[in-house]
Design a protein around this ligand. Structure first.
Ligand code: FAD
Length: 325
Protein backbone atom coordinates (compact mmCIF):
# COMPACT_ATOMS: atom_id res chain seq x y z
CA UNK A 1 0.00 0.00 0.00
CA UNK A 2 1.39 3.39 -0.96
CA UNK A 3 2.42 5.75 1.82
CA UNK A 4 2.84 9.45 2.40
CA UNK A 5 6.42 10.09 3.48
CA UNK A 6 7.66 13.35 5.01
CA UNK A 7 11.38 14.20 4.83
CA UNK A 8 13.04 16.89 6.93
CA UNK A 9 15.78 18.52 4.84
CA UNK A 10 19.16 18.85 6.53
CA UNK A 11 20.56 22.30 5.84
CA UNK A 12 23.93 23.68 6.86
CA UNK A 13 24.91 27.29 6.22
CA UNK A 14 21.98 27.73 3.86
CA UNK A 15 22.92 24.69 1.74
CA UNK A 16 21.19 21.33 1.52
CA UNK A 17 23.35 18.47 2.72
CA UNK A 18 23.62 15.34 0.56
CA UNK A 19 21.73 13.33 3.15
CA UNK A 20 18.61 15.37 2.31
CA UNK A 21 18.63 13.99 -1.24
CA UNK A 22 19.51 10.51 0.02
CA UNK A 23 16.54 10.68 2.41
CA UNK A 24 14.28 11.69 -0.47
CA UNK A 25 15.52 8.67 -2.45
CA UNK A 26 14.75 6.45 0.55
CA UNK A 27 11.36 8.14 0.90
CA UNK A 28 10.54 7.47 -2.77
CA UNK A 29 11.23 3.76 -2.18
CA UNK A 30 9.20 3.71 1.04
CA UNK A 31 6.30 5.68 -0.48
CA UNK A 32 5.87 2.89 -3.06
CA UNK A 33 4.05 5.17 -5.49
CA UNK A 34 2.69 7.45 -2.75
CA UNK A 35 3.59 11.06 -2.02
CA UNK A 36 6.92 12.43 -0.81
CA UNK A 37 6.79 15.78 0.96
CA UNK A 38 9.99 17.59 1.94
CA UNK A 39 10.05 20.15 4.75
CA UNK A 40 12.72 22.83 4.73
CA UNK A 41 13.33 25.47 7.39
CA UNK A 42 14.99 28.89 7.46
CA UNK A 43 14.79 32.28 5.77
CA UNK A 44 16.27 30.77 2.55
CA UNK A 45 13.82 27.79 2.58
CA UNK A 46 11.95 28.72 -0.59
CA UNK A 47 15.22 28.93 -2.57
CA UNK A 48 15.93 25.30 -1.65
CA UNK A 49 12.59 24.01 -2.93
CA UNK A 50 13.86 23.67 -6.52
CA UNK A 51 16.62 21.10 -5.84
CA UNK A 52 14.36 19.21 -3.41
CA UNK A 53 11.78 18.90 -6.16
CA UNK A 54 14.36 17.95 -8.80
CA UNK A 55 15.62 15.14 -6.57
CA UNK A 56 12.11 13.75 -6.14
CA UNK A 57 10.00 15.69 -3.61
CA UNK A 58 6.40 15.97 -4.85
CA UNK A 59 5.64 18.82 -2.48
CA UNK A 60 7.84 21.17 -0.46
CA UNK A 61 6.70 22.77 2.81
CA UNK A 62 8.82 25.86 3.48
CA UNK A 63 8.87 27.36 6.96
CA UNK A 64 10.70 30.62 6.33
CA UNK A 65 11.17 31.93 9.87
CA UNK A 66 14.70 33.32 10.37
CA UNK A 67 14.71 31.79 13.87
CA UNK A 68 15.12 28.47 12.05
CA UNK A 69 18.34 29.48 10.25
CA UNK A 70 20.35 27.76 12.99
CA UNK A 71 19.33 24.50 14.55
CA UNK A 72 18.22 24.64 18.15
CA UNK A 73 16.16 21.92 19.72
CA UNK A 74 13.34 24.20 20.91
CA UNK A 75 12.58 25.96 17.62
CA UNK A 76 12.98 22.90 15.42
CA UNK A 77 10.83 20.86 17.80
CA UNK A 78 7.98 23.36 17.53
CA UNK A 79 8.31 23.87 13.77
CA UNK A 80 8.67 20.20 12.84
CA UNK A 81 5.80 19.15 15.10
CA UNK A 82 3.60 21.74 13.38
CA UNK A 83 4.67 20.45 9.95
CA UNK A 84 3.94 16.84 10.97
CA UNK A 85 0.48 17.80 12.23
CA UNK A 86 -0.15 19.71 9.00
CA UNK A 87 1.08 16.95 6.65
CA UNK A 88 -0.16 13.94 8.64
CA UNK A 89 2.38 11.51 7.11
CA UNK A 90 2.64 7.73 7.51
CA UNK A 91 6.45 7.78 7.72
CA UNK A 92 8.95 10.53 8.60
CA UNK A 93 12.59 10.52 7.46
CA UNK A 94 15.53 12.67 8.55
CA UNK A 95 19.27 12.24 8.16
CA UNK A 96 21.09 10.33 10.91
CA UNK A 97 22.91 13.57 11.67
CA UNK A 98 23.27 15.59 14.84
CA UNK A 99 19.94 17.28 13.95
CA UNK A 100 18.06 14.04 13.25
CA UNK A 101 19.55 12.28 16.27
CA UNK A 102 18.52 15.11 18.58
CA UNK A 103 15.11 15.88 17.13
CA UNK A 104 13.52 12.56 16.15
CA UNK A 105 13.52 10.73 19.50
CA UNK A 106 12.15 13.86 21.18
CA UNK A 107 9.22 14.34 18.78
CA UNK A 108 8.61 10.59 18.43
CA UNK A 109 8.26 10.29 22.22
CA UNK A 110 6.09 13.40 22.36
CA UNK A 111 3.69 12.18 19.66
CA UNK A 112 3.82 8.50 20.66
CA UNK A 113 5.35 7.45 17.32
CA UNK A 114 7.97 4.75 16.73
CA UNK A 115 11.59 5.36 15.75
CA UNK A 116 14.14 3.31 13.80
CA UNK A 117 17.50 5.03 13.79
CA UNK A 118 20.59 4.77 11.58
CA UNK A 119 18.93 3.02 8.61
CA UNK A 120 21.24 2.02 5.78
CA UNK A 121 18.67 0.42 3.47
CA UNK A 122 14.95 0.79 2.84
CA UNK A 123 12.75 -1.48 0.71
CA UNK A 124 9.12 -2.50 0.45
CA UNK A 125 8.17 -6.19 0.76
CA UNK A 126 4.61 -7.52 0.76
CA UNK A 127 3.35 -3.96 1.11
CA UNK A 128 5.43 -3.28 4.24
CA UNK A 129 8.48 -1.05 4.57
CA UNK A 130 11.57 -2.98 5.62
CA UNK A 131 14.32 -0.93 7.29
CA UNK A 132 17.87 -2.31 7.64
CA UNK A 133 20.17 -0.97 10.35
CA UNK A 134 23.50 -2.11 11.81
CA UNK A 135 23.71 -3.53 15.32
CA UNK A 136 26.60 -4.61 17.61
CA UNK A 137 28.80 -1.77 16.34
CA UNK A 138 28.33 -2.80 12.71
CA UNK A 139 29.04 -6.52 13.26
CA UNK A 140 25.53 -7.54 12.21
CA UNK A 141 22.45 -6.09 10.54
CA UNK A 142 18.83 -6.24 11.57
CA UNK A 143 15.76 -5.80 9.36
CA UNK A 144 12.78 -4.11 10.96
CA UNK A 145 9.18 -4.04 9.79
CA UNK A 146 6.57 -1.70 11.22
CA UNK A 147 3.22 -3.35 11.87
CA UNK A 148 1.21 -0.19 12.42
CA UNK A 149 1.43 3.43 13.51
CA UNK A 150 3.55 6.31 12.31
CA UNK A 151 7.29 5.73 12.29
CA UNK A 152 10.32 8.00 12.29
CA UNK A 153 13.46 6.72 10.56
CA UNK A 154 16.87 8.36 10.47
CA UNK A 155 18.96 7.66 7.35
CA UNK A 156 22.71 7.18 7.69
CA UNK A 157 24.54 9.56 5.30
CA UNK A 158 26.36 8.10 2.29
CA UNK A 159 24.47 4.79 2.15
CA UNK A 160 21.34 5.19 0.03
CA UNK A 161 22.24 6.67 -3.38
CA UNK A 162 20.35 9.81 -4.31
CA UNK A 163 18.24 9.75 -7.47
CA UNK A 164 19.33 11.41 -10.69
CA UNK A 165 17.84 14.92 -10.63
CA UNK A 166 15.05 15.73 -13.07
CA UNK A 167 15.87 19.29 -14.07
CA UNK A 168 12.49 19.76 -15.77
CA UNK A 169 10.58 19.55 -12.48
CA UNK A 170 9.25 22.72 -10.91
CA UNK A 171 8.56 22.70 -7.21
CA UNK A 172 5.12 22.62 -5.68
CA UNK A 173 5.88 24.86 -2.69
CA UNK A 174 3.65 25.64 0.22
CA UNK A 175 4.73 28.21 2.77
CA UNK A 176 3.69 27.30 6.28
CA UNK A 177 3.63 29.85 9.06
CA UNK A 178 4.69 28.63 12.47
CA UNK A 179 4.11 30.86 15.49
CA UNK A 180 7.05 30.08 17.73
CA UNK A 181 6.26 30.61 21.40
CA UNK A 182 8.95 33.05 22.62
CA UNK A 183 8.77 31.78 26.23
CA UNK A 184 9.63 28.25 25.17
CA UNK A 185 12.75 29.23 23.20
CA UNK A 186 15.39 28.56 25.80
CA UNK A 187 18.51 28.63 23.64
CA UNK A 188 19.90 31.07 21.12
CA UNK A 189 22.89 30.42 18.84
CA UNK A 190 25.03 33.55 18.87
CA UNK A 191 28.12 32.33 17.11
CA UNK A 192 29.42 29.15 15.50
CA UNK A 193 33.07 28.23 15.90
CA UNK A 194 34.04 25.74 13.21
CA UNK A 195 36.40 22.86 13.78
CA UNK A 196 38.02 21.98 10.51
CA UNK A 197 38.46 18.53 9.01
CA UNK A 198 40.06 19.82 5.83
CA UNK A 199 37.19 21.80 4.37
CA UNK A 200 35.08 18.73 3.46
CA UNK A 201 32.28 17.54 5.75
CA UNK A 202 33.68 14.37 7.35
CA UNK A 203 30.40 12.44 7.58
CA UNK A 204 29.56 13.11 3.92
CA UNK A 205 33.08 12.91 2.41
CA UNK A 206 33.62 10.38 -0.36
CA UNK A 207 37.29 10.04 0.64
CA UNK A 208 38.48 9.97 4.26
CA UNK A 209 42.16 9.93 5.20
CA UNK A 210 42.43 8.96 8.85
CA UNK A 211 45.31 9.02 11.27
CA UNK A 212 45.96 7.13 14.48
CA UNK A 213 48.46 7.17 17.29
CA UNK A 214 51.05 6.13 14.71
CA UNK A 215 51.02 9.75 13.42
CA UNK A 216 53.16 10.52 16.52
CA UNK A 217 52.23 14.24 16.81
CA UNK A 218 49.94 17.06 15.69
CA UNK A 219 52.64 17.94 13.17
CA UNK A 220 52.52 14.38 11.83
CA UNK A 221 48.92 14.97 10.73
CA UNK A 222 50.10 17.53 8.14
CA UNK A 223 50.86 14.79 5.61
CA UNK A 224 47.28 13.52 5.96
CA UNK A 225 45.86 16.96 5.17
CA UNK A 226 48.07 17.05 2.06
CA UNK A 227 46.83 13.65 0.87
CA UNK A 228 43.20 14.52 1.68
CA UNK A 229 43.62 17.81 -0.18
CA UNK A 230 44.84 16.06 -3.33
CA UNK A 231 41.99 13.53 -3.18
CA UNK A 232 39.32 16.12 -2.30
CA UNK A 233 38.65 14.29 0.95
CA UNK A 234 38.37 14.95 4.68
CA UNK A 235 40.74 14.05 7.51
CA UNK A 236 39.55 11.77 10.30
CA UNK A 237 41.22 10.19 13.30
CA UNK A 238 41.16 7.36 15.79
CA UNK A 239 40.42 8.04 19.41
CA UNK A 240 44.03 7.13 20.12
CA UNK A 241 45.14 10.14 18.06
CA UNK A 242 42.53 12.42 19.67
CA UNK A 243 43.41 11.27 23.19
CA UNK A 244 47.08 11.94 22.45
CA UNK A 245 46.22 15.53 21.51
CA UNK A 246 47.25 15.20 17.85
CA UNK A 247 43.87 16.47 16.62
CA UNK A 248 40.46 17.61 17.71
CA UNK A 249 37.79 15.18 18.93
CA UNK A 250 35.53 16.48 16.12
CA UNK A 251 37.64 14.24 13.84
CA UNK A 252 37.14 11.05 15.85
CA UNK A 253 35.69 8.12 13.95
CA UNK A 254 34.25 5.09 15.69
CA UNK A 255 31.78 3.86 18.23
CA UNK A 256 31.96 7.06 20.26
CA UNK A 257 32.80 9.30 17.32
CA UNK A 258 31.45 9.80 13.82
CA UNK A 259 30.28 7.00 11.54
CA UNK A 260 31.56 7.35 7.98
CA UNK A 261 30.89 5.34 4.81
CA UNK A 262 33.11 6.92 2.16
CA UNK A 263 34.02 5.36 -1.18
CA UNK A 264 37.63 5.29 0.01
CA UNK A 265 38.93 5.14 3.61
CA UNK A 266 42.69 5.34 4.12
CA UNK A 267 43.73 4.34 7.66
CA UNK A 268 47.23 5.48 8.57
CA UNK A 269 48.89 4.30 11.77
CA UNK A 270 45.61 2.94 13.15
CA UNK A 271 45.67 -0.49 14.79
CA UNK A 272 42.01 -1.33 14.01
CA UNK A 273 40.37 -1.67 17.43
CA UNK A 274 36.75 -2.85 17.31
CA UNK A 275 35.58 0.57 18.52
CA UNK A 276 37.30 2.23 15.55
CA UNK A 277 35.98 -0.33 13.06
CA UNK A 278 32.43 0.47 14.25
CA UNK A 279 32.77 3.86 12.59
CA UNK A 280 34.36 2.94 9.25
CA UNK A 281 34.07 -0.77 8.41
CA UNK A 282 31.19 -0.14 5.96
CA UNK A 283 33.42 2.07 3.79
CA UNK A 284 33.40 0.84 0.20
CA UNK A 285 37.19 0.46 -0.18
CA UNK A 286 39.54 0.40 2.81
CA UNK A 287 43.29 0.96 2.50
CA UNK A 288 45.43 0.42 5.61
CA UNK A 289 48.99 1.63 6.10
CA UNK A 290 50.67 0.17 9.17
CA UNK A 291 54.17 -0.98 10.01
CA UNK A 292 52.85 -3.95 11.97
CA UNK A 293 51.77 -6.75 9.57
CA UNK A 294 49.67 -8.29 12.38
CA UNK A 295 47.63 -5.11 12.98
CA UNK A 296 43.89 -6.02 13.06
CA UNK A 297 43.08 -3.20 10.61
CA UNK A 298 44.45 -5.45 7.83
CA UNK A 299 41.58 -7.90 8.48
CA UNK A 300 39.04 -5.37 7.20
CA UNK A 301 41.29 -3.71 4.61
CA UNK A 302 40.82 -4.29 0.87
CA UNK A 303 44.40 -3.11 0.28
CA UNK A 304 47.14 -3.23 2.91
CA UNK A 305 50.52 -1.52 2.84
CA UNK A 306 53.00 -2.73 5.45
CA UNK A 307 55.45 0.08 5.97
CA UNK A 308 56.35 3.33 7.65
CA UNK A 309 53.50 5.76 6.99
CA UNK A 310 55.90 8.72 6.98
CA UNK A 311 57.47 7.21 3.85
CA UNK A 312 54.32 5.74 2.26
CA UNK A 313 51.87 8.66 2.64
CA UNK A 314 54.03 11.31 0.88
CA UNK A 315 54.70 8.84 -1.96
CA UNK A 316 50.96 8.22 -2.35
CA UNK A 317 50.26 11.96 -2.29
CA UNK A 318 52.79 12.56 -5.05
CA UNK A 319 51.44 9.69 -7.18
CA UNK A 320 47.83 10.88 -6.82
CA UNK A 321 48.88 14.46 -7.54
CA UNK A 322 50.40 13.38 -10.85
CA UNK A 323 47.51 11.06 -11.70
CA UNK A 324 44.80 13.60 -10.96
CA UNK A 325 46.46 16.62 -12.56
P1 FAD B 1 47.08 2.24 18.62
O1 FAD B 1 46.21 1.10 18.98
O2 FAD B 1 48.14 2.62 19.57
O3 FAD B 1 47.69 1.91 17.20
C1 FAD B 1 48.68 2.68 16.58
C2 FAD B 1 49.10 1.93 15.33
O4 FAD B 1 50.02 2.70 14.61
C3 FAD B 1 49.77 0.59 15.60
O5 FAD B 1 49.08 -0.43 14.91
C4 FAD B 1 51.20 0.76 15.06
O6 FAD B 1 51.70 -0.43 14.47
C5 FAD B 1 50.98 1.83 14.03
N1 FAD B 1 52.18 2.65 13.76
C6 FAD B 1 52.98 3.28 14.65
N2 FAD B 1 53.96 3.97 14.01
C7 FAD B 1 53.77 3.75 12.68
C8 FAD B 1 54.45 4.20 11.51
N3 FAD B 1 55.50 5.01 11.58
N4 FAD B 1 53.99 3.77 10.32
C9 FAD B 1 52.93 2.94 10.21
N5 FAD B 1 52.23 2.49 11.30
C10 FAD B 1 52.64 2.91 12.51
N6 FAD B 1 38.68 4.31 19.27
C11 FAD B 1 38.36 4.93 18.11
O7 FAD B 1 39.18 5.05 17.19
N7 FAD B 1 37.10 5.46 17.96
C12 FAD B 1 36.13 5.37 18.91
O8 FAD B 1 35.02 5.88 18.71
C13 FAD B 1 36.46 4.69 20.14
N8 FAD B 1 35.54 4.54 21.11
C14 FAD B 1 35.88 3.82 22.22
C15 FAD B 1 34.89 3.58 23.20
C16 FAD B 1 35.21 2.83 24.31
C17 FAD B 1 34.13 2.58 25.33
C18 FAD B 1 36.52 2.34 24.48
C19 FAD B 1 36.86 1.50 25.69
C20 FAD B 1 37.48 2.57 23.54
C21 FAD B 1 37.19 3.33 22.40
N9 FAD B 1 38.15 3.57 21.43
C22 FAD B 1 37.79 4.19 20.28
C23 FAD B 1 39.57 3.28 21.65
C24 FAD B 1 40.05 2.01 20.96
O9 FAD B 1 39.81 0.91 21.80
C25 FAD B 1 41.56 2.09 20.66
O10 FAD B 1 42.23 2.33 21.87
C26 FAD B 1 41.95 3.17 19.67
O11 FAD B 1 41.15 3.07 18.50
C27 FAD B 1 43.42 3.01 19.31
O12 FAD B 1 43.80 4.08 18.46
P2 FAD B 1 45.00 3.83 17.44
O13 FAD B 1 44.69 2.69 16.54
O14 FAD B 1 45.28 5.16 16.81
O15 FAD B 1 46.23 3.56 18.40
Amino acid sequence: MSKHVLVLSDVREGKLRNVSFESIAAAKLAADGGQVTAAVFGSYAKDLAQPLSQYGADRVIAVTSSELDQYTTDVYFQAFKKVIEHVNPDVIFTGHTSVGKDLCPRIAAHLGYGLISDCIHVEVKDGKIVFTRPIYAGKAFVKKVVKDGVIFATIRPNNIPRNEPDMSRTPNVEELKVDLEPDSLRTLVKNIVKKSSGGVDLSEASVVVSGGRGMKSEDGFKILYELAGVLGGAVGASRGACDSGYCDYALQIGQTGKVVTPDLYIACGISGAIQHLAGMSNSKVIVAINKDPEAPIFQVADYGIVGDLFEVVPLLTEEFRQLLN
